[in-house]
Design a binder for this molecule. Structure first.
Ligand code: FES
Length: 108
């Protein structure tokens, strides 16, 4: 059963670029865009690349390896060579702390 897990203070997240975190069995790329925080699976669905190291353009992340782009809100690929989505995690902020909805039985 998924549960909310406190990750960090929202203010400690860099603006407009990604960071990689590990939470349980999940490797997650976090992106703070103004008041919104997006959380997606860190591993590109095309090959072994860390999406947290990519460049952010609006609500899109560009994979640093081959340049596929993904929508940070949906995880869907927006350009080749990626054709499969990456996982998206629900986020919430309470009293300045960031929480992710995680299922510890799953892996990503
Ligand atoms: S590894 Fe991301 S596009 Fe190829």
């Amino acid at each position: 059963m998924p549960d909310w897990v406190r990750i960090s203070t929202t203010a400690s997240l860099p603006e407009g670029r990604g960071i990689r975190i590990e939470a349980g069995r999940h490797c997650i790329a976090l992106f703070r865009l103004g008041d919104e925080v997006h959380a997606i699976g860190d591993r590109c669905s095309h090959a072994e690349a860390s999406l947290s190291e990519g460049d952010v353009f609006g609500a899109e992340i560009e994979c640093p390896r081959h340049g596929a782009t993904f929508d940070l809100r949906t995880g869907r690929p927006l350009s080749l060579p990626a054709t499969k989505p990456v996982p998206v995690y629900q986020t919430k902020t309470e009293d300045g702390d960031l929480y992710l909805l995680l299922d510890e039985r799953e892996e990503s």
